[in-house]
Design a protein around this ligand. Structure first.
Ligand code: SF4
Ligand code: SF4
Length: 356
């Protein structure tokens, strides 16, 4: 039986909830490589409630630090709005300071991974994710137009650098397949612990809605499926109606049935919580949303010959060998092979690569 913790917390005092999390879900951190991954959707201020709050990150970092890991990395790959702006996103959201010097740009080094060819034959996963012994995921308690909730499973989408996210969006097509694709990404590296910032949550048309809700909780579990089921129930949504939870259960990743989950704390649905329509049809069929996704998938890296020194870093870095040096000693991209991870852009020491 999976267990989910629901614990009162504020941003002034979230250490107690973090301590309780590590009591209920102990991890052998000493001597291990640890990655802590907040939700950094895009460049935004902490009070906008779009990203994990820095107070929660700081409390987790200090807890992990005290347990003497061999190494600690704090990182994320921002979503479709902020490619190549990793540092800016962390700075504006207050997460850079909260990371206490452990921040790394995990978007600039990645490894290829076989994926479900129904969507894409290969994806590129941040090396920090692949090489971590322990992954701690810190999602935000929010709604999402396509998936209704964005919690534990959806936070793993940020393991993919760059525009692969937009490309997968497009490859998925409709909402049902998008839910299924999310689970395929999640299972590439299932996090060892998930701790949700539900101190201030988001309702309405998330994941970047202005409708914030004071909830005053931190949720945690070592099973993301159970945790997302609890988030859904708190939002007043039947977890069994969410395709990504059905799919995760079919794949043996956990159970969304509330009767199979032990709750440490009190599960109380939030009165009148506003959620997007199930299935996300309204959002997907919105021509502006579709045009935005299309525009992101058409982006390709392009090298400025004035700035490029032909150092070859981008070619070495490309996980799928989509870059090669042409006769003019300038890297060019094979558009058919490129999976638009944009790691090359993040890596270029001369800032010679832009997105066109
Ligand atoms: S990393 Fe930058 S400078 Fe080096 S070859 Fe690639 S584009 Fe040119
Ligand atoms: S060319 Fe650049 S964006 Fe395309 S796959 Fe290679 S590293 Fe990623």
């Amino acid at each position: 039986m999976s267990r989910v913790m629901i614990h009162p917390a504020s941003y002034e005092n979230c250490r107690e909830a973090v301590d309780r999390t590590f009591q209920l879900f102990p991890l052998e951190i000493a001597g291990k490589k640890v990655l802590v991954k907040p939700n950094v959707l895009r460049s935004s201020e902490p009070q906008e409630g779009i990203t994990t709050h820095p107070a929660v990150l700081r409390a987790v970092v200090e807890k992990v630090e005290a347990l003497k890991p061999a190494s600690l990395i704090v990182g994320d790959n921002p979503g479709m709005f902020s490619y190549g702006q990793n540092e800016l996103c962390f700075q504006k959201s207050g997460l850079m300071e909260a990371a206490k010097g452990y921040y790394r740009n995990i978007g600039n080094d990645s490894l290829p991974k076989d994926f479900n060819p129904d969507f894409m034959a290969k994806v590129s996963l941040s090396r920090a994710v692949v090489e971590a012994d322990i992954v701690i995921s810190l999602p935000k308690f929010k709604t999402h137009g396509l998936t209704v909730i964005t919690g534990a499973i959806k936070n793993s989408y940020g393991f993919l650098p760059g525009a692969q996210k937009a490309k997968l969006h497009k490859a998925a097509g409709g909402p049902e397949r998008f839910h299924e694709m999310l689970v395929e990404v999640f299972r590439l590296r299932v996090p060892d612990l998930v701790l949700v910032d539900a101190v201030i949550g988001m309702e309405g048309n998330g994941p970047a809605s202005p409708d914030l809700r004071n909830i005053g909780l931190i949720l945690a579990s070592d099973n993301a499926v159970a945790l997302d089921a609890v988030i859904a129930a708190m939002m007043g949504c039947d977890p069994g109606r969410l395709r990504f939870l059905q799919k995760a259960k079919e794949m043996g990743l956990g159970d969304y049935e509330l009767k199979s989950i032990e709750i440490s704390g009190k599960l109380i649905p939030i009165p009148g919580f506003k959620i997007p329509p199930l299935g996300g049809q309204a959002n997907v069929s919105n021509p502006a949303v579709q045009a935005f996704i299309d525009s992101r998938t058409k982006l390709k890296p392009q090298v400025d010959p004035e700035l490029c020194t032909a150092c070859g870093t981008c070619i070495d870095q490309c996980a799928v060998s989509a870059l090669f040096m042409d006769d003019g000693r300038i890297p060019v991209v094979d558009a058919d092979t490129c999976i638009t991870c944009f790691c090359c852009q993040e890596m270029c020491p001369e800032k010679a690569i832009s997105l066109r």
